[in-house]
Ligand binder design. Structure first.
Ligand code: C2G
Length: 154
């Protein structure tokens, strides 16, 4: 019986439950899940800056139970080559990519699965930025108070 190979790609920065849900759902569609993890160079070309470096992101994905193989994603054109090389039956992405890879339908099944609501690496990054900024102004205020006290004793 021919193994049903499933293929997907992603950045998987600050790995979260949305990533895990998608990978689990994709694995349920087949027998073997291959995940392409975008390299830092490829992301730079997309003006996408990650917090976690490529080596760590692919190691995390590689060790997710439902993932059978993790490969580097280095170019948009790579998908056609990988589908042929790994004899892929199903190519899948989250719904934010709906319709974007329909040209691959001539090579294999293409599915877009619902995203997990209310969680994204971008939101986490933005929250960190906000915290950082408010934190810095708090610190500045505290420093001003301390130095005004110190000044009184000089
Ligand atoms: N995802 C999801 N639910 C979320 C967040 C993400 O289902 N709450 C899915 C996305 O739809 C995507 C996968 O998780 O299919 C990985 O998301 P990202 O790490 O943001 O990947 P992206 O930058 O979209 O990279 O060649 C395609 C690119 O590599 C895709």
């Amino acid at each position: 019986m021919k193994k049903k190979i499933v293929l997907t790609y992603g950045t998987f920065d600050l790995f979260h439950i949305g990533h895990l849900n998608l990978l689990r759902r994709l694995k349920e569609l087949g027998d073997y899940l291959i995940v392409g993890v975008s390299t830092d160079e490829f992301n730079a070309g997309k003006n996408k800056q990650t917090i976690i470096p490529f080596e760590d992101r692919i190691e995390i994905v590689r060790n997710i139970k439902c993932v059978d193989m993790a490969i580097p994603e280095e170019a948009w054109s790579q998908k056609v080559v990988d589908i042929d090389e790994y004899d892929v039956s199903i190519f899948g992405m989250g719904h934010d990519w709906a319709g974007k890879f329909d040209e691959l339908k001539k090579l294999c099944d293409v599915v877009y699965l619902p995203r997990t609501p209310n969680v994204s690496s971008t939101d986490v990054k933005n929250l960190l930025k906000v915290l950082d900024r408010s934190h810095i102004s708090d610190l500045k205020q505290a420093l001003d108070i301390i130095s005004s006290i110190v000044d009184r004793f000089e």
